[in-house]
Write a protein that binds this ligand. Structure first.
Ligand code: GDP
Ligand code: GDP
Ligand code: MG
Length: 322
């Protein structure tokens, strides 16, 4: 897919969030000529409603108020530009990349990725999409089916592996997930695969066991290939809002999460959760899911995100001062 097509998908996936945050703010701005306390309160409400979160909203508001004061912005139309600046700098300071997050270092091989998160957030779907994207880039991909807990998990992942055109390693339901991970890594090594992606269980009612299971998977991979896993992706359902943040903490406490995937952005106006989890966890966002199809996973590019949210808005007739 060309770059324009990709950006358009990215942009469309954020349509509801753009409508809820940017379009609402634009409306508030047009009703006012100057940036005053009431307009700033409106901004705060809009950000909270868009699930930017209390802490992150306060940070953004503080910075905007400081700039308004120090740099003497008066016209209400500057507010959109100031918000855009804040979003951009927040994403920048929290480690989000602005080039290809899918580009792999030349070694080691395979590059091992574990995908974690609670049931239903979209792990298996994300793995299918990720495998497809990597395969389209010319990489040889193997998938390990280490969710041995959920009924029909193997079958579901196998459908995705077939769609993506990649191989999958599995064992019977109820097998030791670490054993599946070990076998999958052995298979990936034997086949000279570039990438191994491992699916995991997400049952919530036995949190401690799940975290122990994930740690064990990591230990076993490490034993087979020192340095593995190279990435641990935590998948969060963007439509669950602040609950997602709570869930995320269980995982980040137990395993060293290296990147976030926010799914189901196509279905929610609360995409501000991206900013909240990124700011509060200080973990980069690597991908966003914008639909159920195989090509609906978008690498998270911070510049594209800002452009997709604010790009179409005629935010100001004059450039920002300073
Ligand atoms: P898992 O339990 O974490 O493995 O979650 P699944 O991959 O089985 O996905 C749960 C549901 O979420 C499925 O119905 C998926 O089609 C759906 N889903 C996953 N990602 C997205 C997305 O980005 N957008 C939408 N609309 N649905 C998604
Ligand atoms: P521990 O449970 O944390 O002590 O980890 P172990 O090193 O005992 O291994 C955990 C799981 O990984 C076991 O249940 C095995 O199924 C699997 N495993 C570990 N080493 C090997 C190995 O050499 N070959 C195979 N096939 N599986 C292994
Ligand atoms: Mg699954």
């Amino acid at each position: 897919m060309g770059i324009l097509g990709t950006f358009q998908k990215f942009r469309n996936g954020l349509a509801k969030t753009r409508d809820s945050i940017v379009a609402k703010l634009d409306h508030a701005i047009n009703a006012k000529s100057t940036i005053d306390a009431e307009l700033l309160e409106n901004l705060e409400e809009i950000l909270l409603a868009g699930d930017v979160g209390v802490q992150t909203t306060a940070l953004i508001l503080d910075n905007i108020k400081r700039r308004v004061k120090e740099e003497k912005y008066e016209s209400s139309h500057y507010l959109m530009v100031l918000l855009k600046d804040q979003v951009a700098s927040l994403l920048h300071s929290n480690g989000n990349e602005s080039d290809d997050v899918m580009k792999l270092p030349p070694t080691p091989r395979p590059h091992v990725i574990i995908v974690v998160g609670i049931n239903g957030v979209g792990k298996t779907t994300t793995i299918g999409k990720l495998a497809y994207n990597y395969r389209n880039l010319g990489y040889k991909v193997v998938i390990g089916a280490a969710d041995t807990f959920r009924a029909a998990a193997n079958e579901q992942l196998e459908i995705w592996a077939k769609r993506a055109g990649v191989e999958m390693v599995q064992q019977a339901r109820g097998s030791d997930p670490a054993s599946v991970a070990f076998d999958a890594l052995s298979s990936a090594l034997a086949k000279n695969a570039d990438i191994l992606i491992i699916d995991t269980a997400g049952r919530l009612h036995t949190k401690t066991n799940l975290m122990e299971e994930l740690k064990k998977i990591k230990r076993v991979l490490q034993k087979r290939l020192p340095g593995a896993p190279h990435e641990v992706l935590l998948v969060l359902d963007a439509s669950t809002g602040q609950n997602g943040l709570q869930q995320a903490r269980f995982f980040t406490d137990a395993v060293n999460v290296t990147g976030l995937v926010l799914t189901k952005l196509d279905g929610t106006a609360k995409g501000g959760i991206i900013l909240a989890v990124n700011q509060e966890l200080k973990i980069p966002v690597k991908y966003i899911g914008v639909g159920e199809q195989i090509d609906d996973l978008q690498p998270f590019d911070r510049k594209s995100f800002v452009d997709a949210l604010f790009g179409s808005q005629d935010v100001s007739s004059e450039p920002v001062k300073g």
